[in-house]
Design a protein around this ligand. Structure first.
Ligand code: NAD
Length: 308
């Protein structure tokens, strides 16, 4: 028997590359009637909306989406100023997906606020790439809720990881990561939601990096180390994997697309949480992030991306 996701109003936290993509597939593919988008930066929020419109235009021009479907998707997107507005005059979210910066303290604060303002029935999902979902879920308890009370136990049970891939409109996979607190019903509804967004779904235990980044990030990190040690040039490292292994893009290009800050943060999580030296982040990766070279999103990474 198929499970209904029951999401009529979706909240998305973060209008960066992931949050925007999630809002896009939710509005266009899953046809969620109201998709509320929020970002801590007003500039990023308006940039996100402009990008949403550009994506729609491109899909219409390519004949992938009809003009009327594009108009309907645009009409479903609503911007809100703050997290509290997910339970405000524009509606009450049935599900919120957090796609803010990969930083535990940032995510814990967001989940605390969401749990304080939204009903217990609202699913609280994180798109984290590597942080312990159980730790994020533990912060999904409202302010003033007594430790040990029924609500203090129940509230984290509506939290889980819903891990979309970049770029969200293109990549067909979603990885679900139940926290150790997550209720089975929440996993079933989230699977139905991801499928409605047009995605195939896999499930991973809540371990550092889950399945996807436990395999991908050490591979990217090794490519950065190969560059750092002068084993081969940037172009030859990428070309080897593209032409020799049939990868659609080389690991250094992929790192630029993911964001070097995100890659570093995932490696740091793997290293810290396993205490295994095989996950030591490449020094060069750290230095590039120190320099503000975050990859495609900042205009410079292993490659240059001049502003259009
Ligand atoms: N980039 C990828 O390839 C990828 C893939 C899968 C998952 N993820 C994960 O998705 C999340 C977002 O990644 P991204 O690449 O979109 O990052 P990004 O830097 O493009 O966007 C993050 C956005 O979050 C906003 N933000 C930060 N703190 C906030 C807060 N307190 N409230 C509201 N908005 C806030 C920032 O202003 C920014 O616009 C991270 O957890 C990341 O690990 C990234």
């Amino acid at each position: 028997m198929s499970v209904a996701h029951g999401v009529k109003t979706l909240g998305v936290v973060g209008a960066g590359q992931m949050g925007l993509g999630i809002a896009y597939v939710a509005a266009l593919k899953a046809q969620i009637p109201s998709v509320m988008l929020c970002d801590a930066s007003a500039g990023q929020l308006s940039k996100g909306v402009a990008f949403f419109e550009t994506l729609l235009k491109k899909d219409v021009a390519k004949g992938k989406v009809s003009q009327s479907d594009a108009d309907a998707a645009r009409a479903r997107l609503v911007t809100v100023e703050k997290l509290e507005d997910f339970a405000g005059s524009k509606g009450i979210a049935d599900m919120v997906i957090e796609a803010a910066t990969e930083n535990l303290a940032v995510k814990q604060k967001i989940f605390g606020t969401l749990a304080s303002t939204l009903p217990l029935e609202t699913i609280l999902a994180t798109n984290t790439s590597s942080i312990s979902v159980s730790k994020i879920a533990a912060s999904a308890v409202g302010a003033g809720v007594k430790p040990g009370s029924e609500e203090a136990w129940k509230s984290p049970a509506r939290a889980l990881g819903i891990h979309f891939f970049n770029p969200v409109p293109v990549m067909p996979l979603v990885e679900l990561i139940p926290a150790i607190q997550t209720a089975p019903e929440v996993v079933d509804r989230s699977r139905a939601f991801a499928q409605a967004c047009g995605k195939e779904v896999t499930t991973s235990k809540d371990v550092p990096g889950f399945v996807s980044n436990r395999l991908l990030m050490p591979f990217i990190n090794e490519a950065v180390m190969a560059l750092e040690k002068g084993i081969a040039s940037r172009d030859d490292i990428d070309k080897t994997l593209r032409l020799g292994m049939n990868h659609p893009m080389g690991p250094l290009t992929l790192a630029d697309f993911i964001g070097l800050d995100t890659c570093l943060s995932i490696m740091e999580t793997l290293y810290r949480e396993t205490a295994d030296s095989k996950y030591r982040p490449a020094v060069l990766l750290g230095r590039m992030v120190d320099a503000g070279w975050f990859g495609k999103k900042s205009g410079k990474g292993f490659y240059d991306y001049p502003a259009k």
